[in-house]
Design a protein around this ligand. Structure first.
Ligand SMILES: [Zn+2]
Length: 262
């Protein structure tokens, strides 16, 4: 059975200083590392498919022809079109960009996103305000999911079928609301692989971080089973820690570590 590894990127910055103040330093990859990673995917001749292709194979229960990668970006930073899209274009690689609509602060940025769609990239929703969806009442939940979908579709003319969950938080109500708003897939931050038998409403991904070294990246994109096992174990442990200490304490601890490290 062939598998799909979905990579998550966030902000890409072009130097030692972070290009965008609100970006999480742990998940901000340097432009240089990003380019090296895309070059490696290209050199190794790895297959990068569209998220739509994976979702179609799940909906049709039709196995994929070979192990593949899907490249995604969360949050909607300016680096999506300033750094990532040009590098992806250079290596002829497809990606889906999940936009938090409140992060798009001008018509110029919407024009850039529309241009990305014209260049063959896909857009998905990362909600309106990036609040954790498990904390919202049904009305707020609907506004975050349906509202962001409508805005992106109206501004760019591209239909939005995929949702990426802020902070990876979800429960049964979130998944149900996503279905009701018309999403065909929901992407979590749970680490792991996907295949044609996966649940399209809970797709697994792996986050590339600032300190992800190229050899580690190479093992992941080549589906090294030990590396994958380590990532899945860490992801499960982290989820348990978040459940025990709560979102607020977890966020506070994380930003304290970030301040001392970066
Ligand atoms: Zn996010």
């Amino acid at each position: 059975m062939h598998n799909v590894l979905i990579l998550i990127y966030h902000c890409i910055d072009n130097g030692s200083r972070l290009s965008e103040d609100f970006a999480d330093p742990f998940y901000t990859v340097t432009g240089r590392s990003f380019r090296e990673q895309m070059e490696l995917i290209s050199k190794l001749n790895l297959r990068v498919i569209k998220l739509d292709d994976l979702v179609c194979s799940i909906l049709d229960r039709k196995p994929l022809q070979q192990d593949s990668l899907v490249i995604t970006f969360d949050d909607g930073y300016r680096s999506d079109f300033e750094i990532a899209a040009p590098a992806l274009k250079e290596f002829n690689l497809h990606a889906t960009f999940f936009i938090t609509t409140n992060n798009v602060q001008s018509e110029t940025v919407w024009d850039k996103l529309t241009e990305m769609v014209k260049n063959g990239f896909s857009l998905g929703s990362h909600t309106v305000s990036h609040r954790y969806l498990t904390k919202l009442n049904p009305v707020e939940l609907r506004e975050e999911l349906c509202g962001s979908k409508t805005i992106i579709e109206q501004k760019t003319g591209q239909s939005v079928n995929h949702l990426s969950l802020p902070g990876g938080r979800y429960n049964r109500e979130v998944i149900k609301a996503a279905e009701e708003c018309g999403y065909t897939s929901v992407l979590t931050t749970d680490a792991g692989l996907n295949n044609h038998l996966s649940d399209a409403r809970k797709l697994k991904r792996w986050s590339v971080k600032r300190d992800t070294a190229l050899p580690e990246f190479k093992r992941m994109v080549q589906f090294d089973s030990f590396e994958l096992f380590k990532k899945v174990s860490t992801s499960v442990a982290l989820r348990n820690i978040k459940n025990v200490i709560g979102d607020e304490t977890y966020t506070r601890l994380k930003s304290r570590i970030a301040r001392s490290k970066y």
